[in-house]
Design a binder for this molecule. Structure first.
Ligand SMILES: C[S@@+](CC[C@H](N)C(=O)[O-])C[C@H]1O[C@@H](n2cnc3c(N)ncnc32)[C@H](O)[C@@H]1O
Length: 242
């Protein structure tokens, strides 16, 4: 695990996208995520439905960049005999997850660890039947993302699957503008100012659905697909053949 304590705030943001050590930022993120939960509810429902196991199976789940645990919770609700490990670098998030996920008892465990270099922590004990993630892997540049997809493939038991619900903007700037405007419209915000694509943000490496699918195939997943999409939010993933 990297010693994040030695980083300045801007170095931390460059590496992890936001200052996840800040209780205020974490609280704001969790509150906003709860408020806007309906925007990705269907994507998470489809994520759970694409899991290649029976409802009663004792599925072993890894949730990467688990944060407050919302994604793991959807899977644990759908698979009552499943257990999940939430991997995250932020002990502030871990505290929030500890409170929100307490209702799952020992079916949910938090693992403090880092995937910034495109590997999974060596002390994370697999294999897993399902690996999920949301809004976290876009903090990795392309090479590290490809490497993480390979690490996930290796951590999966044969027959398992990986599902990532994350930002996947289109390649064309004009379409990015239309999506941005539509996002504002749907949130009930003024749309007039959304005339440019979102500017580059430190620690964010958004990639198209097509690029993400090609990284998944390159890592060994087959078949791969985009299972759900809402503007620039997409659920992409693939299976590890038994
Ligand atoms: C935007 S939150 C997403 C939380 C949750 N998955 C969700 O969908 O609401 C991103 C999470 O990823 C974690 N994260 C970002 N980069 C990470 C890294 N390199 N290693 C471990 N966790 C990381 C952050 O600490 C944060 O909790």
């Amino acid at each position: 695990m990297h010693d994040t304590g030695t980083l300045t705030t801007s170095q931390y943001i460059e590496r992890y996208g936001h200052d996840w050590t800040s209780p205020d930022l974490v609280r704001d993120y969790v509150e906003r995520s709860d408020r806007e939960a309906d925007q990705r509810a269907e994507g998470l429902e489809i994520m759970a439905a694409m899991v290649p196991y029976e409802k009663s199976a004792p599925v072993r789940i890894l949730d990467i960049g688990s944060g407050q645990g919302s994604v793991a919770a959807v899977l644990l609700d759908a698979y009552p005999n499943a257990m999940a490990v939430g991997l995250d670098v932020s002990d502030v998030m871990m505290k929030v997850a500890g409170e929100r996920m307490a209702r799952y008892g020992n079916r949910f465990r938090y693992h403090l660890g880092d995937f910034v270099d495109g590997t999974l922590p060596t002390d994370l004990v697999g294999p897993f039947d399902v690996v999920v993630s949301a809004r976290a892997i876009h903090h990795l540049p392309t090479d590290q993302k490809r490497s993480l997809f390979r690490a996930i493939f290796n951590a999966l038991a044969p027959g398992g699957g990986f599902f990532n619900l994350d930002m996947a903007p289109p390649r064309e700037d004009l379409l990015k503008v239309h999506y941005r405007r539509a996002g504002s419209f749907m949130r009930g915000e003024p749309v007039g100012s959304a005339r440019t694509p979102r500017p580059p943000t430190p620690g964010h490496y958004w990639e198209t659905v097509e690029d993400q699918l090609s990284y998944l195939s390159g890592a060994g997943f087959s078949p791969v697909d985009c299972f759900w999409k809402r503007l620039a939010n997409a659920l992409v993933g693939g299976y590890k053949q038994a």
